[in-house]
Design a protein around this ligand. Structure first.
Ligand code: NAD
Ligand code: ZN
Length: 247
C-alpha cells in the first residue's frame, strides 16, 4: 500500500521536509488557483494580483480581495494541516515550506513554517510602511474602497504577499533550498508543481538523494520522479500517514 510505503520512508528518514501548496487548504474552503473550481476559472490572478495592476488601481484588487480575503481569514486548519503539525511535534518532520499565504499551518500548530509567498494575514502601507492586521482592513472595505492607511491617509495598502512581478523573499527561499538539500525525504502536498522556483525545491531535494512522496488530488509533472505517489485528498491521506509514523 502506498500510504504504508510513505509512512515507512518517513519513519526511517532522518530529515523529512514538507512542501505544501494551495491543495492542502482546499478542504478548509480556500479555493486553489488551478484545477477544478480553481480561482483561475473566475479571475485572472496575473492581472488581479500583479504588482503593476495593483499600483495602477488598488481598488480593482481590493474588490476581488473583499470576497476572497474574507474566506481565507475565516478558514480553519483541516486534518491535513493538523497531521503535519503532529508529525513535527513527534519529531517526524523538520519543517513545512509552503506556497500558501493563509497562515493555516501556524494555526494548526506547526512551528517551523517557511512562507515562500509571504503572508496574507498582514497588510502594509507602501507609502509609510505601517503594518496592520489584514482582518482590520478587511472589516472596513464596506465603507472604504480602496482602504486607507490609518497613519498617512494614502491608499496603497498591500497585503504582505508576493504579487506577480515581485521577487520572492530571499531568506525564505534560501532556507527552503537549504532544507531541501539536507532532507532525505521530501513530502509534497497539494501543489500543482508548475510555479517556479517553488517547484525547484523538490527537484533540489531529489538531486541531493532524497526520496519524494507526492500527495495530490491529480497527477503532477513530478509524479514520475517520486518514490511514492498518492492521488487523493490531503485531509484524508496525511492523517493516515501521520498515524502510521506514530505521530
Ligand atoms: P495550485 O492551485 O496551482 O495547485 C493546487 C493543487 O492541489 C492542484 O494540483 C490540485 O489538484 C491539488 N488539490 C486540490 N485539492 C486538493 C486536496 N484536497 N488534497 C490534495 N491536493 C489537492 O496551487 P499551488 O501549486 O500551490 O500554486 C498556486 C499559487 O497560488 C501558490 O504560489 C500560492 O501562493 C497561491 N495560492 C495560495 C492559496 C492559499 O494560501 N491557500 C490559495 C490559492 C493560491
Ligand atoms: Zn501609510
Amino acid at each position: 500500500m502506498t500510504v504504508e510505503h510513505a509512512a515507512e520512508l518517513i519513519s526511517r528518514s532522518r530529515r523529512t521536509v514538507a512542501l505544501t501548496g494551495a491543495g492542502i487548504s482546499a478542504e478548509s474552503g480556500i479555493p486553489t488557483f488551478r484545477g477544478e473550481g480553481g480561482l483561475w476559472t473566475k479571475y485572472d490572478p496575473v492581472k488581479v494580483a500583479s504588482i503593476e495592476t495593483f499600483l495602477a488601481n488598488p481598488t480593482a484588487y481590493w474588490e476581488v480581495a473583499k470576497e476572497r480575503g474574507s474566506v481565507a481569514l475565516a478558514a480553519k486548519p483541516n486534518p491535513g494541516h493538523q497531521a503535519l503539525a503532529a508529525m513535527e511535534q513527534a519529531g517526524r518532520l523538520e519543517a513545512v515550506v509552503t506556497q500558501n499565504t493563509d497562515g493555516l499551518h501556524q494555526a494548526a500548530g506547526s512551528r517551523r513554517v517557511i512562507e515562500l509567498h509571504g503572508s496574507g494575514r498582514t497588510v502594509e502601507c507602501l507609502d509609510c510602511g505601517r503594518r496592520e492586521p489584514r482582518a482590520d482592513v478587511q472589516a472596513r472595505l464596506d465603507r472604504e474602497m480602496p482602504p486607507r492607511c490609518g497613519n498617512c491617509g494614502r491608499t496603497r495598502l498591500k497585503p504582505t504577499v508576493v504579487f506577480f512581478g515581485e521577487s520572492m523573499p530571499v531568506e525564505a527561499v534560501q532556507e527552503a533550498f537549504r532544507l531541501a538539500n539536507e532532507s532525505d525525504v521530501i513530502l509534497v502536498v497539494g501543489s500543482s508543481l508548475v510555479v517556479y522556483p517553488a517547484a525547484e525545491i523538490p527537484l533540489e531535494a531529489v538531486r541531493g538523494g532524497a526520496a519524494m512522496i507526492v500527495v495530490n488530488a491529480e497527477p503532477t509533472p513530478f509524479d514520475r520522479l517520486a518514490a511514492v505517489v498518492i492521488h487523493g485528498r490531503a485531509g484524508k491521506i496525511l492523517p493516515e500517514i501521520a498515524a502510521l509514523t506514530g505521530a
